[in-house]
Design a protein around this ligand. Structure first.
Ligand code: ATP
Ligand code: MG
Length: 402
């Protein structure tokens, strides 16, 4: 079907009162960015709906892209025709000819926002319904839950026909909630956490700790590939690689095994917080899930969290592993996540990490480390890369932003 327009219905933002305008503007700009490769598409954002005029661009390519834009409840591709009864009759017959397979029930739902049009909505329902029956005498009309609901909208600029409603990604437009730093490992949980954060409007930047040569080039690539899977929801995500080798070696050499994990996590959190500040983020996000492993007991969380007052949002904290996997499969990160590349935590994982680390011990062992110096060196070695949905790879720049 050659669609001329897509009519977009807003999600939750319809209820946002005063902020409504800024939500709609953000959504419009996100849609434009998502469809940047289709320069002829015109976006008209109105109070209640958004209209995308396709101007000949390929709707079959555009539809799946639109399904990844948060803030859209659903949308209907439609065909614009001249506002003329004869033209409309032929148009509904033509649409039916494409979709009717001989078994479905149907109805016409006409709506007239141009009140000067010759027929009102009831008359139109009848006229156009009869036109369909004339052409397909066996078709059955059904008012309640018909298989095909052919909507006809008479607007000032033309008549619009649509028959399908495609589910959108729901949520809030990304960017309406500020920026958060996502601690992204190569595992299953953190990409899912990033997806949920974006769904609630948070713009994310991915922070990844790499410890070469203990961690491989493939492990790093995997984290970037996961970021690429998240990028279509926003267009582009800043990927920040943090050099973590020195810190891990120092911890291993100076701290008793039972505290490796706690102190490693504290260092990660300190660094993520410093990066957040430099990048003007508001919060930190991670993929911790309660009780999953030793670092994720409540006692561990308290000991790790002690290094910052910055809010840490843990979108998957209360989900079961199987629930998280379900989402990972739906957003297509699962297969990448289960590729067996060691990340920095697995390699330095002590045989028996403390599940109830003591803060006095933590402080005592951290005295042995040059925390400030190590952080400075790690910050000086950050590598930034914008990972975009469309391009293969954007240029790598170094930490000039600090
Ligand atoms: P994931 O599946 O996200 O790797 P996990 O269940 O393996 O999580 P951990 O390895 O304990 O759990 O990590 C907990 C969280 O700490 C991760 O979800 C992630 O947010 C963060 N994290 C762990 N390793 C790294 C890393 N190398 N770089 C950035 N963040 C990390
Ligand atoms: Mg992990």
């Amino acid at each position: 079907m050659n669609y001329s327009e897509i009519m977009v219905r807003y999600g939750e933002l319809s209820t946002k009162g005063k902020n409504r305008r800024s939500f709609i503007m953000q959504l419009a700009s996100n849609v434009k960015r998502t469809l940047a490769d289709y320069p002829h598409v015109k976006v008209h954002a109105e109070r209640d709906r958004m209209h995308l005029l396709l101007n000949g661009e390929n709707s079959q390519e555009i539809i799946p892209k639109l399904q990844k834009v948060f803030g859209i409840q659903n949308f209907s591709p439609s065909i614009r025709v001249e506002k003329d009864i004869e033209v409309l009759k032929k148009a509904v017959q033509d649409v039916m000819a494409e979709i009717y397979t001989g078994v479905e029930t149907f109805k016409i739902t006409a709506k007239r926002s141009d009140h000067s049009f010759v027929q009102d909505s009831n008359q139109l329902n009848l006229t156009l319904g009869n036109a369909v029956i004339d052409r397909f005498p066996d078709i059955k009309v059904q008012m309640k839950k018909p298989d095909i609901n052919l909507r006809v909208e008479i607007r000032i600029d033309g008549a619009y026909l649509s028959y399908e409603t495609i589910q959108g990604a729901a949520g809030l437009p990304v960017g309406t909630s500020g920026k958060g730093m996502l601690m992204l490992s190569g595992g299953i949980d953190s990409p899912v956490a990033g997806y949920f954060a974006m769904k609630r409007g948070v713009e994310i930047e991915a922070v990844h700790f790499a410890s070469p040569p203990y961690t491989s080039e493939q492990a790093l690539q995997k984290a970037k590939d996961l970021t690429k899977k998240l990028a279509p929801y926003v267009g582009s995500i800043q990927f920040i690689e943090v050099p973590f080798t020195e810190i891990q070696e120092e911890i291993k050499n100076r701290v008793p095994q039972g505290y490796w994990m706690t102190i490693t996590r504290r260092m990660m959190l300190r660094l993520t917080d410093a990066i957040r500040e430099a990048r003007h983020g508001l919060i930190i996000l991670n993929g911790e899930s309660l009780g999953q492993v030793a670092s994720q007991t409540l006692h561990s969380m308290v000991a790790i969290n002690e290094v910052t007052n910055t809010p840490i949002v843990r979108p998957v904290a209360t989900m079961d592993k199987l629930e998280i996997i379900e989402v990972a499969e739906a957003i297509d990160t699962f297969e990448l996540s289960v590729q067996p590349f060691e990340d920095c935590c697995t390699i330095f994982a002590p045989p028996q990490p403390k599940t109830r680390p003591r803060l006095d011990k933590v402080h005592q062992y951290e005295e042995r480390l040059d925390i400030e110096g190590m952080m400075e060196r790690a910050m000086a070695g950050l590598k930034l890369e914008a990972i975009t949905a469309n391009q293969e790879k954007a240029a790598t720049e170094f930490a000039e932003f600090l």
